[in-house]
Structures are given as C-alpha cells and as structure tokens.
Ligand binder design. Sequence first.
Ligand code: ASP
Ligand code: MG
Length: 440
Amino acid sequence: MIVMKFGGSSLANAAKILSAAKIVKGRLRRQPVVVVSATGGTTNRLEKLGEAAARGTWKKQFVEIVANHDAIAVKLGLEDRLLTGETADLRRIAGRIAKSRKLTEASRARLLSFGERCSTKLLSGTLRSLGVESSANNSFELGMLTDTDHREAKILPEAFKLLSASISKLPGVPVITGFLGRTKGGQVTTLGRGGSDVSASIIGAALGVKEIEIWTDVSGVMTADPRVVSGAWPVRKLSFSEAAELAYFGAKVLHPRTIAPAIKKSIPVRVLNTFNPEDRGTVIVSKSRETGIIAKAIAHKKGITAVNINSLRMLEAHGFLARVFKVFDRYNVSVDMITTSEVSISLTVDDTRNLKPAVKELEEFASVSVLPRRAIVCVVGEGMKRVRAMAGRIFSCLGREDINIEMISQGASEINVSFLVHEREVKASVRALHRDFFGK
Ligand code: ASP
Ligand code: MG
C-alpha cells in the first residue's frame, strides 16, 4: 500500500485533475490511498469569502468559487449533481456568517472544508470515469480526530486506530480529504494551512504504508535554487534531519513538521512532480546511509535582518542572554541564527513585524544596530560529519570570490554550516559553493 497526496497546484484545473487520475491509475498495483488538497487557489478564495461574509456581502465570491468548481466538473464530464450537497452547505454557512457578521473559528473551518470536499469528489469521479473503482471520503468521517483548535488542530492519538480500521474497509481507491479533521464533538477543524501533507503522513502512518508520495509541481528538493544555479538538480535522497535543515530555506516543498508522523514510523516520503511524473524525485528517509556524498544542497534565504547587540555589561556577567531573549520572546520575534562573543550578540530575524519595539527596549541596556537586506546561505549534508576541515573548504571557496561574511554558525549536529552575507553577494556565494561541491 502507498499514500499518494496531490497538492492544489496538481489539481488546479480539469486537465491537471485528469493527469493526476492517470498517475493514480498507473499505480493501482501498489494499492494507493489518495489524499488531496483543495484545487489550486481555492482555500485562499474561501478565506476571502469568509471575510466578505463577515462584512455582509458574499454572493460574488460564492458564485465565483462554485462556478469554478462546476466548470471543472463539466469539463471532466462528471455527473451534474456531483457537488450539489457541498454547494448548498457553503451557501448555508456563508449566509449564516453574513447574518451574524461574525466569522468564528468553527465556521471558518467549515467554510474552508468546501475546497477539499469538492476536490476529493472531482478526483474520484475522474478515476471512475477511467474505469477505476474509487470513492470520495471525508477524513473527518474516517476518524481524523483532533483537539479543538479549529485553525491549527492537532491530531489526537486515538485517530490512528480509527483511521486504519475505517480506511482499510474501503473498496477500490479511496480518495480522502486532506487538511480536515474533526473534534470529538463533531465540528470540522483544519490542520493549518498546507495541512494536507500532515493528513497524508498521518494516514500513511496509521496504515503502515510502504511509501508516501507527495505529488507537487517540482521534481523534489534541489541541490540549489535553480533560479540562481541553472545546473541544479533534484537531490535523490535526504535524511529527515537534512530535510529539516533545508525546510527553513525551501519550505515550499515540504515542511518536516508535516512528515514527522511518517518518519517516526520509518516510512519514506517521496516528493514527485505531477508535470514530470517520470522524474525520480527526492525521497526523505528517517536516516540516510549513503556514503560518498558530502554536501546534499546549498540553500539560501534572502530578506534576512541581522541585529547586533553590544554591551559591556555582558562582560563577565550572567543572565544577559536571558534578558535579551526575554525581550524577543515578549514581542514574538522569532530568532533564527545566533552567534555570541563576550560582549556582543549577533542574531538574525526574518519576520521583522515586531522588531522595532523590541529593539527599542533592548536599547535601554545595550547598543543595538539593525542591518537589513542580508541573506543566510547554508551548506547541508550528513556527510559533512565525516569530513575534516569542512569550514575551511567552505570559507576558502568564498574567500576566492572575495565575499564578505558577516556571521558564521556551525551547529553541533555538524550537518550544516550557515553564514550571513549581504543580499548582493548571495548569488556569487551559492554559485561558488555549488561549483565546488557539485562540479559543473
Ligand atoms: N488547501 C489547504 C491550503 O491551501 C491545505 C493544503 O493545501 O495542504 O492550505
Ligand atoms: Mg498546498
């Protein structure tokens, strides 16, 4: 058995849904259980519909969303009344929100559920039209039990048994809603934006499948951003820790949080490209045993702000770091990279929304400078543990390019070396390192 999860971009229109169905049909031997996101863009449109309804006007958004789905169903030649129930439900909830002028978390979740409930029906209908036995299923009716956080719901432990019992009874190819769960009280919840990957990994873990395939619009995790390095290619295999390090940079592909339930059960997760289904993709495993490969990828992230905090009070004092980080905590500023010396702390922030007031408070006891337009570059690979003088290799390579490095961090895990440069120098850094570690 395998789980195949299709993201919104893989289901964005009738032609794409048909391609996805054909990919599933090509894997019947492996007994696929399919998990889907809403069709591309739908969840965002539903969010807007919710906000509009809370202001009292919702008809326009409602009509657009429904027409869009109906058009796909018609193009796919599916039955007329396929989405009638979902449409009526959407109208009812939107109307109710408009009447009360209030968008509660519970009604928001119910509203968003329209997306996955419809995409499930569209894909399983298409599978049937291709002669494949298939049913559309709501994960919340199959036992995807969650806590009562309607927006970012967490799965309850008892969900696993319920899911495995109910899904294994389903005939043919079950197509199941990603993203959605339900409380014990029976209310619909969502697992956070992008949550269909979580659904796939929970369902895969519950069923103890051989592999989880995440079908998306790229051929896996790349050795570097192809917009920067034109010769970059998909990494064949990543360990979970490597994937976790890379997620901060390329979180668009897969967030490791979402696949943790599968990795815990040693189920490999493979990222595949719906538009190039023959590509091998990247497989993420709990531990990678490859030898020979030192670095797996060179990642980078722009839009980073560096904050330098200097204070003589730090000299031989204790509690200073705690004091500094308490300030960041109070303002909900998330700190990513940190280096310290006896009298200074340098750190990076990528979300600067609350940085100003935090800096103001820090200035009460330290001198602070804020440097915007920085970039973090990071070399990731478990193989780096085995190799001596990695830092030497990395920094002499950058030295040859005359790149100015502003911060360096090598974690105790030894699977990543990160450093900070000005945004101007990020391309040159990534290209030089890619050339050095991967050749041409
Ligand atoms: N449809 C949901 C979203 O857009 C869940 C997902 O795509 O994974 O966030
Ligand atoms: Mg998605």
